[in-house]
Design a protein around this ligand. Structure first.
Ligand code: HEC
Length: 268
């Protein structure tokens, strides 16, 4: 089980891969976007933003480091939560999501089943970002107005994301057992993707739900292609590091990704 700390919060994991990519187009996968839809389930009952009004459940803004069952503005805490005595941390939240019924016997958070292990770390890191637990601007607040206006081009709606991705190098390390493939990718404003490997390239697009989806083909590893989607809101704060996130484009593959400054001159 991963231990999370604000200092090295992984980004929400990108969606699972499409299985059929012979055309190079992202095929629809029933598993895609699992993590985000899971986080949306929390949102159905919990506002996440600062000063958001409580819904069925308490507002989760600032929940990390908060004593359980104490948010004054929320009047419906069960006795179980009021009587409990601990502070919410990634670990306590992880334990609760792993066992929503048993962790705090008698609680009234009516989620039907445990959140699967592979979704918990991404959900928790997503919540840390969204609820102010980590020290960076909240992407949605920062770009809320521009994001809302879909008639504008992505460069205007998500300027920092756009500039970051389109001018720098995305660095990847593909890992499957002993197999390792390192490559750099260059996302271009025209929707194409070049890479540091001959014959390997791809394309990207932004969905109407503001997911950034991309496909790579001609990869020198099986099955030669991959597709991934991630929510742009989670990527809106430009950061540089060789390995910023890990995703799982295939069940047996860990894909470590990061962004490093600049990119080689064309043809160089
Ligand atoms: C069906 C509505 C519902 C959904 C969905 C839901 N919650 Fe809750 N949540 C509640 C309610 C109601 C409470 C208060 C429970 C109580 O007092 O027993 C609560 C309490 C909490 C608390 C305690 C807050 C505090 O201040 O002590 C946390 C943390 C939390 N939920 C996280 C989550 C996460 C993370 C998800 C998504 C995986 C989620 N919840 C999904 C309804 C929901």
């Amino acid at each position: 089980m991963p231990t999370l700390s604000p200092a090295r919060t992984p980004l929400p994991r990108a969606a699972a891969p499409a299985t059929e990519t012979t055309t190079g187009r992202p095929a629809r996968s029933r598993r895609s976007c699992t993590t985000l839809s899971a986080a949306r389930r929390c949102r159905a009952c919990h506002p996440l933003a600062d000063r958001g009004a409580n819904r069925t459940g308490p507002n989760l803004w600032g929940v990390f480091d908060r004593q359980v069952g104490t948010l004054d503005a929320y009047e419906n805490f069960s006795d179980a939560l009021k009587a409990a005595d601990f502070v919410w941390t990634p670990d306590t939240l992880n334990a609760w999501l792993a066992d929503p019924r048993g962790f705090l016997e008698g609680n009234e958070m009516a989620i039907p089943e445990a959140v699967p292990e592979n979704e918990r770390a991404p959900i928790i890191s997503f919540l840390m970002i969204e609820t102010g637990a980590v020290d960076w601007p909240v992407p949605e607040n920062a770009f809320a107005d521009a994001q809302a206006d879909k008639s504008k081009p992505p460069a205007e709606r998500f300027p920092s994301f756009w500039n970051h991705l389109m001018t720098n190098t995305s660095r990847y390390r593909w890992e499957r057992g002993e197999e390792e493939l390192k490559f750099d990718a260059y996302f271009n404003t025209d929707g194409s993707i070049d890479t540091s490997i001959d014959g390997m390239n791809g394309f990207w697009h932004i969905t109407d739900k503001d997911f950034f989806c991309y496909a790579l083909k001609g990869m020198p590893v099986d099955p030669g292609n991959m597709v991934e989607c991630f929510p742009i809101a989670a990527m809106a704060i430009p950061r540089f590091a060789e390995e910023l996130w890990t995703s799982r484009p295939y069940d047996d593959v860990s894909l470590h990704g990061g962004i490093v400054p600049g990119r080689p001159q064309q043809g160089g």
